[in-house]
Design a protein around this ligand. Sequence first.
Ligand SMILES: O=P(O)(O)O[C@H]1O[C@H](CO)[C@@H](O)[C@H]1O
Ligand SMILES: O=c1cc[nH]c(=O)[nH]1
Length: 304
Amino acid sequence: MTKQQEVPKDGSNDSGEVQVKNPHLNEQIDDVLYHFGLARSDTNFPELFGDVKYVCTGGSPTRIKMYAELFSQDSGLPLSQNLSRSDRFVMFKTGAILWVNHGMGVPSMSIMLNECIKLLHYAHARDVSFIRIGTSGGIDVLPGTVVVSNGTLNGLFEEAHTQYINGKIVKREAKLNPELAKELYNSGVSENLPVAHGKTLCADDFYEGQMRLDGAFCEYDVNEKADFIARLKDNGVRNIEMEATGFASFTTRANVKGAIICVALLNRLNGDQVTLDKATYIDYELRPFKLVSSFLRGKIAQMI
Ligand SMILES: O=P(O)(O)O[C@H]1O[C@H](CO)[C@@H](O)[C@H]1O
Ligand SMILES: O=c1cc[nH]c(=O)[nH]1
């Protein structure tokens, strides 16, 4: 085990490298990425991951595996085996593209992002973009619309990610990369997909946090729910999911571009229950993948 590359004290990094900002890492002889079951001492990160340019992520492990397999077919790039040695997350590689799932909600995703960001930092990967490909509840959009996020809001309608650290609330900027969003939107248009731009509300849960009326508990009425959805619409929000602000904050801190593309499974103006039949669900969950696959194949063509 060689001594780790020094982490700059101020965290600055102009080299395009994936950035960590933690001087304590310099004191560690090894680093175990527990939720991937990988360690610096037992895995050659530069050899395995040094070429990564895009990280595609989404909640479900089986969906991410399906996306990786489909992308391998679309692009002709060989698909790796599952590179994660833990059952928490799966991780596949097709050339310069890494496919990793993140689970549901910011707490799960932040574990994956912490470990993925360190992994790519140790691998000396450069100029990396992260794309979250997901599902959401739409606000005034037809079910099946693919929303390309142009901003993220927390539950207080602030463009910020909030964490409890050291007994305090820490608030961090939660911005996505506008150029990447534009490029992805254009890929959706050229693939003839129903695409929309808009802000994404990041909720802390699926039920009360998204003002559904169908959870186990509910202490607001139909009118309060309608007012909330109307307020979202007035604020330019086009969809609700459960990771956006955390994703935007982590990607900004890591010096990587971040984008979020989520299909709307329903229009929340019309109800709360997700009642799609299986064929429609599969059609919808493939839509953001088709957009990203087209975008990535264009990028790969430019790399050759
Ligand atoms: O985009 P995916 O992974 O489908 O995740 C969305 O769906 C889950 C809730 O069903 C939340 O995690 C939400 O963000
Ligand atoms: O309504 C929805 C649908 C998917 N994911 C969410 O978080 N909300």
